[in-house]
Design a protein around this ligand. Structure first.
Ligand code: IVH
Length: 674
C-alpha cells in the first residue's frame, strides 16, 4: 500500500471507531455527544472513502448494514442452548407464590434479590458474536431451532456489528427482544395504508413481519429497535456472577439494555417495580406487556434449574391485556358537535386494559369497510391508557354465515335530516345544524366543559334536559341562551334542587370572566382544538382582529394550515355564529386582551421531559401544548433537557433530573411557562 492508501486506511478505521462510539452514546447511553449533522458528515466521509477504495470496506463497517441481494429463503438454525419461555403470574398472590417457591427450593432464610426488567412486546432474537463480530441473528422458532435472519438483524442500528472494548468471550450469544416503537409503527401503518397495502394489527406483528422479510432493504426502511435481556451461551471467557452485572457488562460492550432494569428485593420489591412500570406503561415509546423478575445470583439460578420449557428462577408478571377478543353485538351512529357521524361498536362487555368495556369506536365508514366489520363478528378490541377503546380487527375465521355489510344511514338518527358525505371525504355529517338536537347537545356540552367556559354543574345530564324539554316552552338553542337562565327556571329541571340551581347560576355568572383562548375553543369551530385556539389568540390578540382576518392572514399563523384557516374564516362569516357571539358579549362574556405576538413562540428551542400524572391535562395534551408553544418533548432526561415536568407519582426521570441538575417544574410551573 502506498502512503496515500495508508492514510486513507487509517482514516477509514478511525471513522469506523468514531461512528461506533457515537452509536454507543446515542443508542446505548441515550446521551449523544454530537449533533446529528456531524454524525451524518462522518458517515458520508466514510462512505466516500469506501467508494473510492472498495478494499477498505469491512464486514463490520457501519456503512455495511444493508447487505447485498435478498436472501432466497430462511435457513434453519439450531440454538446453542434452547431458548426458553417464561412462566406467567397474573396476580399479586401468584407473584408471592413464585417468590415462596424460590425461597423454599433454595432453603433461603433471607429475601431474594431479583433483577427486574420490563417485558418487551416484540420478537425474541438470538445474536451470535464471534471474536466480537456479529456473525448470526436468529429467531426463537420453537425454542430448539429458529430461522436465520442475520440479513435483517444487521439493519437494526441499535445492534452493534462489532462489540466495544475487550474481554468478550470468544463466542457469545446475546438474547433480547427486537421491537417496533409505537410512533414508528403508526408511521409505517399510515405509509402502508397510503399505498393501499395491508397494515399491521400491532407493533409486535409489525416487528415479526419485518424480520421475516427476504429483502434486507425492507427491514432497513422500518424502525426496528433492540434491547438485550440476557446471555444464552458463551465460550472462552468469564462473565460476572450476577444477572444485573452481566447486563451492565453487555452495556459496556455497546449492547443496548433497557434503562428501566433494576435490582429489587423480595416479593415486595417486585410488586413495587410492577406498580411503577404499570404507571409508566402508556408513556413509554414502545409496548411492554408486563415485567420480568429473574433471580439475580447466577449460581442460585443454576441451583434452581428448569422445568420443561421455563426456568424456575424467573417469572413474567403480566399487565392486564390491552387487546382482547369479544363479539360485536351492533353498530350505532353517534352525532357529534359538528354533525359528524361516528360509528360506535356495541360490544359484549369485556375486561381490557384494566376496565370493562362495552363500547368502542369504529372511527368512520372507510375504517369499517377497510376492516370489513359486520354485526355478529368476533373482533379484537384494544384499549391502551386513556385512549378511547377501538375495534382493531375482525377475526375472520370466527365469522358465522354471511352477515350484511354495514351501511351508512341516509337520515340522521337524532333529527332525521339528510346525512351527507361529500365526494372524497371520510366523514359523513348530519345536515341539520342547530335543528339537530344531538348537535345542539354536544355543542352546549362542549361550550360548558371544564377546558372551555368551565361552567361547573352544567354536565351532560342537565344539557340533555335543557335541549329536550326547553325552559318555559322556549328552546335552548345556542350557548347564549345559557346566560339568560334564572335559578327559578333551572329549579324546574329533574333532580335540581333550589340550592343546586343557585349554584349553577353562580357558575354561569363566573364563567363570563374568561380568556380568549378558552372562548375560542368553546365556540367549537371545526378543527380548532385548545392548542389552535391558544395560537390564534396569541397571534391576533383580540377577537375582532381574528374575526376580520382573511384566509391568507389566517394561513400565515404558525401551525394553521389551509383547512383550519378555511374553517375559521367560514365560521366567522356565518350570520348565525355572529349573532351568538354578539349575544354572548352582550350578556357580559369578556376576557382580557392578549398581547399579540404575531408569531413568536415562548418555548422555542426548549426541551421538556414529562413524568408522573398531571391534573389538568393528560401528558399527551401537555406534549401538544408544549409543541404548539415551540418546545420539544423527549422521552429521556439528558443534560440537554431544559425542564423536567413532574406530576404526581413521578418515575425515575425525576431522579435522573436531580442527578443531572436539570430544573424541575410542577404543573403550575409548566402552565406559567406556556
Ligand atoms: S427472559 C429464560 N426477559 O418474553 C428466560 N424475556 O414469555 C427467557 N421477553 O420469549 C426470556 N422481555 O421474547 C426475558 N426482559 C425480558 C423479556 C423477555 C420480553 C419475551 C421473550 C420471551 C418471552 C417469554
Amino acid at each position: 500500500m502506498n502512503a496515500v492508501g495508508k492514510k486513507d486506511a487509517a482514516r477509514a478505521a478511525e471513522l469506523r471507531e468514531l461512528i461506533r462510539h457515537h452509536n454507543y452514546r446515542y443508542y446505548v447511553l441515550d446521551d449523544p455527544e454530537i449533533p446529528d449533522v456531524e454524525y451524518d458528515r462522518m458517515f458520508r466521509e466514510l462512505e466516500a472513502l469506501e467508494e473510492a477504495h472498495p478494499d477498505l470496506r469491512t464486514e463490520d463497517s457501519p456503512t455495511q448494514r444493508v447487505g447485498g441481494a435478498p436472501v432466497e429463503g430462511f435457513k434453519e438454525v439450531r440454538h446453542l442452548r434452547p431458548m426458553l419461555s417464561l412462566d406467567n403470574a397474573f396476580t399479586a398472590d401468584e407473584l408471592v407464590a413464585f417468590d415462596r417457591r424460590v425461597r423454599d427450593r433454595l432453603k433461603a432464610e433471607e429475601a431474594i434479590e431479583y433483577a427486574a426488567e420490563t417485558k418487551l412486546d416484540g420478537m425474541a432474537i438470538s445474536l451470535l458474536y464471534e471474536g466480537g463480530q456479529l456473525v448470526r441473528g436468529a429467531t426463537r422458532g420453537d425454542g430448539q431451532t429458529g430461522e436465520e435472519v442475520t440479513h435483517n438483524v444487521r439493519t437494526v442500528e441499535s445492534i452493534p456489528l462489532k462489540l466495544r472494548g475487550r474481554g468478550h468471550p470468544a463466542r457469545l450469544e446475546i438474547r433480547g427482544e427486537i421491537y417496533m416503537p409505537k410512533a414508528g409503527f403508526a408511521q409505517l401503518n399510515s405509509r402502508l395504508a397510503e399505498r393501499g397495502a395491508k397494515t399491521f394489527v400491532n407493533p409486535r406483528n409489525a416487528a415479526a413481519g419485518t424480520l421475516r422479510q427476504l429483502d434486507p432493504k425492507v427491514a432497513a426502511s422500518r424502525p426496528l429497535e433492540f434491547f438485550a435481556y440476557g446471555v444464552g451461551f458463551f465460550e472462552d471467557g468469564v462473565l460476572p456472577t450476577r444477572h444485573s452485572e452481566i447486563l451492565a457488562m453487555l452495556r459496556d460492550w455497546g449492547v443496548r439494555v433497557s434503562p428501566l432494569t433494576q435490582v429489587v428485593t423480595g416479593a415486595e420489591g417486585c410488586q413495587a417495580y410492577y406498580d411503577e412500570m404499570l404507571g409508566q406503561r402508556d408513556d413509554l415509546p414502545y409496548e411492554i406487556d408486563g415485567v420480568v423478575f429473574k433471580v439475580d445470583n447466577v449460581e442460585l439460578q443454576q441451583d434452581l434449574g428448569f422445568v420443561s420449557r421455563a426456568p424456575r428462577w424467573a417469572v413474567a408478571f403480566k399487565f392486564p391485556a390491552q387487546e382482547v377478543t369479544t363479539v360485536l353485538n351492533g353498530i350505532d351512529f353517534q352525532v357529534g358537535r359538528t354533525g359528524a357521524l361516528t360509528p360506535v361498536a356495541r360490544l359484549e362487555p369485556v375486561f381490557v386494559g384494566g376496565v370493562t368495556v362495552s363500547n368502542a369506536t369504529l372511527h368512520n365508514m372507510d375504517e369499517i369497510e377497510r376492516k370489513d366489520v359486520r354485526v355478529g363478528d368476533t373482533v379484537i378490541v384494544r384499549r391502551a391508557g386513556d385512549v378511547i377503546p377501538e375495534v382493531v380487527k375482525v377475526v375472520q375465521e370466527r365469522r358465522h354465515g354471511n352477515p350484511e355489510p354495514v351501511r351508512l344511514p341516509k337520515k340522521c338518527p337524532a333529527c332525521g335530516s339528510d346525512v351527507v358525505r361529500p365526494e372524497g371525504q371520510v366523514v359523513a355529517r348530519c345536515s341539520g345544524g342547530l335543528v339537530c338536537p344531538a348537535q345542539r347537545k354536544e355543542k352546549l356540552r362542549h361550550f360548558a366543559s371544564r377546558r372551555a367556559m368551565d361552567i361547573e354543574g352544567l354536565g351532560a345530564k342537565i344539557v340533555e334536559q335543557l335541549v329536550e324539554q326547553g325552559i318555559d316552552g322556549r328552546e335552548i338553542h345556542d350557548p347564549a341562551d345559557i346566560y339568560a337562565l334564572t335559578a327559578d327556571q333551572l329549579a324546574q329541571l329533574e333532580r335540581m334542587g333550589e340550592k343546586s340551581a343557585n349554584n349553577l347560576v353562580a357558575a354561569i355568572e363566573r364563567s363570563k370572566n374568561t380568556t380568549l383562548p378558552r372562548f375560542l375553543y368553546a365556540l367549537g369551530i371545526p378543527e380548532v382544538g385548545e392548542v389552535t385556539a391558544a395560537v390564534l389568540a396569541r397571534h391576533f390578540g383580540d377577537l375582532d382582529a381574528l374575526m376580520a382576518a382573511e384566509v391568507n392572514q389566517l394561513e400565515a399563523v404558525p401551525d394553521v394550515g389551509p383547512v383550519v384557516a378555511q374553517h375559521v374564516y367560514e365560521f366567522f362569516h356565518q350570520d348565525e355564529n355572529l349573532k351568538v357571539i354578539a349575544a354572548l358579549r352582550e350578556h357580559g362574556v369578556s376576557w382580557p386582551t392578549e398581547v399579540p405576538t404575531g408569531g413568536a413562540k415562548p418555548l422555542s428551542n426548549m426541551t421538556f421531559v414529562l413524568t408522573g400524572t398531571l391534573e389538568s391535562m393528560t401528558r399527551d395534551e401537555a406534549k401538544k401544548r408544549i409543541e404548539a408553544a415551540g418546545g420539544k418533548v423527549t422521552g429521556s432526561v439528558s443534560k440537554n433537557t431544559n425542564y423536567v415536568v413532574a406530576g404526581a407519582d413521578p418515575g425515575s426521570k425525576l431522579k435522573k433530573a436531580e442527578e443531572l441538575g436539570v430544573a424541575v417544574l410542577d404543573e403550575s410551573g409548566l402552565l406559567s411557562q406556556l
